[in-house]
Design a protein around this ligand. Structure first.
Ligand code: PLP
Length: 385
């Protein structure tokens, strides 16, 4: 085997982390100068910014007018926990997981809330049969499994006339994939994924049926203040107009507004989706052309277009974890790819973020480097043998 020479071209931006993700391509700190820093978030200027973040989210994502959108504490985790703690327990629950984040929600429902849930899981690389689920139960699932790179191909399996609620962690899917709003009652995400925003807050989107549940059901367990969305049996509407439960970061809000402006400028949701699709396609072509690497997602229809997870399939590699780590380290040392090791709980391999803020040209520039790093590590193995 001959080793390829070091490629001449480097990605302009080597940031391929799956979160926090690359900032928008036009990002400059100076563009956040309009943030109302040092002002109360309850002053008119702060409230207007928070409302603009909600309105911009609705506009870009195409969220129906009768769905509520709230900015909540503690990032995506905060939004998911808030939904689970506030809504679950009213009817039977189905918990679905095909990677570690979904598994975390299963643990919380079963071990913390002690819900006697039906638990459906699949191995890394596979997906649960979403058509075989009883949607008259409440169903909690993750649209895009960030640590396995397996996503829902669409929402056709979810009936529009279900009796249960669908609670969907969409943090690495929102702004990257079409979300069928009529099939989803709760959608959560954070700002630091596909939009390259700053980590802090979670977004919680509620369908009218989710609101109906909130107003008609009180869980048996206590709810801390940061999870409470109702008062006296009525929804606290202010939360969904920008009156946040506790203090938000106005710098993070400004940054999110900048990202929404960028999304609008490039053509909105379809343009964002197209960027992710084009990015993931670069890696798909590379995998197709090389027999030593493959997508962890077994069915291409379920392969993520944001968190693309890869495994080395070269049968002569005996310690897969060490090999993948060495490849990632080599690429990082060259400054061509930062933070692309597989998630700690996932099978050994690489994870390359392909979200909308990543430039396709940078992924194209990275692929020859991946080829170079693989061959360099293979040569090192051969030399040691
Ligand atoms: C699918 C999924 N859920 C939840 C989280 C946790 O998100 P956060 O750190 O925003 O709470 C992540 C983070 O990567 C994720 O990918």
């Amino acid at each position: 085997m001959t080793n390829p020479a070091q490629p001449a071209k480097r990605p302009v931006n080597p940031r391929f982390s799956s979160g926090p993700c690359a900032k928008i391509p036009t990002f400059e700190l100076a563009k956040l100068a309009d943030a109302p820093l040092g002002r109360s978030h309850r002053a008119a200027v702060g409230k207007a910014k928070l409302k603009a973040a909600i309105d911009g989210t609705r506009e870009i994502l195409g969220v129906p007018d009768d769905y509520r959108i709230g900015i909540v504490p503690a990032s995506d985790t905060g939004a998911v926990e808030m939904a689970m703690w506030s809504l679950l327990g009213a009817r039977k629950t189905t918990m679905v997981a095909w990677e570690s984040f979904g598994a975390g929600w299963v643990t919380d429902a079963v071990k913390q809330l002690k819900i006697d849930a039906e638990v459906k899981t699949a191995e890394y690389g596979q997906i649960v049969d979403m058509a075989a689920i009883d949607y008259d139960t409440d169903v909690v699932f993750t649209w895009n499994g960030t640590t396995s790179g397996v996503r829902m191909p669409h929402g056709d399996m979810i009936p529009a006339d279900r009796a249960g609620l669908t609670i969907c962690d969409a943090t690495s899917a929102a702004f990257a994939m079409d979300l069928p709003w009529d099939k989803l009652d709760v959608v959560t995400f954070s700002w630091q994924k596909v939009m390259g925003g700053e980590a802090a807050h979670g977004m919680l989107i509620l369908s009218p049926r989710a609101v109906e549940r909130l107003e008609s059901y009180t869980p048996v367990w206590p709810l801390p203040k940061i999870f409470r969305m109702t008062k006296g049996g009525k929804l606290i509407e202010g939360i969904f107009k920008g009156e946040t439960i506790n203090t938000p970061s106005m710098l993070a809000v400004e940054d999110y507004l900048l990202a929404l402006d960028w999304a609008r400028d490039i053509g909105g949701l379809q343009a964002l989706i197209a960027r992710c699709d084009a990015n993931a396609a670069v890696i798909a072509r590379f995998c197709a052309a090389n027999d030593w690497i493959a997508n962890l997602a077994e069915d291409p229809a379920t392969a993520s277009t944001t968190s693309v997870c890869l495994k080395f399939t070269d049968p002569t590699i005996t310690d897969g974890a060490a090999f993948a780590k060495a490849v990632a380290k080599r690429l990082e040392a060259e400054g061509v790819a930062l933070d692309i090791g597989a998630y700690r709980d996932a099978p050994a391999g690489l994870r390359i973020w392909c979200g909308a803020t990543v430039e396709t040209a940078d992924l194209e520039a990275l692929m020859p480097w991946l080829d170079w790093a693989y061959h360099a590590e293979r040569a090192a193995l051969d030399a040691a043998a």
